[in-house]
Write a protein that binds this ligand. Sequence first.
Ligand SMILES: C[S@@+](CC[C@H](N)C(=O)[O-])C[C@H]1O[C@@H](n2cnc3c(N)ncnc32)[C@H](O)[C@@H]1O
Length: 267
Amino acid sequence: MPSYSPAEVAAQYATERHLRTRIGTHERYSVGPGLEGTVDRLLALSGGEALLDVGTGPGDFPGRLRAGGHRGRIVGLDFSAGMVERAAEKYPEVEFLQGNATALPFADASFDVVTARHMLYHVPDVAAALAEFKRVLKPGGRFLAITNASGYMAELWDAVSEALPGEPILTELLSHRGGSEVFSEVHGEELVRAAFGNVQLDFVAGALAFEGPEPVLAYLESMSPMHKLTPDELNRIRAALTRVLTGRMQDGEWRVSKRVVFITAKR
Ligand SMILES: C[S@@+](CC[C@H](N)C(=O)[O-])C[C@H]1O[C@@H](n2cnc3c(N)ncnc32)[C@H](O)[C@@H]1O
């Protein structure tokens, strides 16, 4: 499956707007365990570690760590200048930098922990990014990636397939299905083991529970810059999907499953 082009990723993340729609949907409609408990358990931070969060987006994870009393250096790095600007405004007590995961602006062995949360499926050369993460980690340092596991939101993509049979946009939409076609536990385990010589996988399964079509449509529309959808195409998708979703929801709540994988390794 193709990865996103750098231009598609840049358009999607020029500002935090679209990402906020998706984060807001997860916050409001999720059932089951959240992700942060597993992050904290797996990282078991003492508070003194130097930590780099790659593809930090609006910087919520570094912001949470600092607010929780983390004393060590924390750097949030992102490709998007808009994200970095927003993160720096919101969390002035954290260091934010614009940069690329495949060419990190740090000396070898600079960090105790590197995290890459929901971002590796955007990187065309994941192996190059992993080599960089390993380079900037100190010996004994730890790496954590979070990504969508295979089958992520399968019910949503089934509904989209049913709504748009034979449409050329369907192929485009399905080719980027939640990123899990590009970097899931399958590619993740292989690539991380190849880079670090060890790997551990942990899964968290949950769901989104919807009672009406609107938030589902908003979620899908938040990906429109990446899929290069025109307003006309969006209207067609909206009408067709509303019909299918209304059918799915006629007996009440409709659940979309989401399984996330935490991939950890030691330098
Ligand atoms: C889905 S968002 C995740 C944001 C945040 N980590 C979170 O979990 O909410 C992906 C982020 O990765 C960034 N990104 C994509 N490719 C990148 C690259 N090659 N180097 C650094 N950041 C990148 C995007 O700009 C975007 O902010």
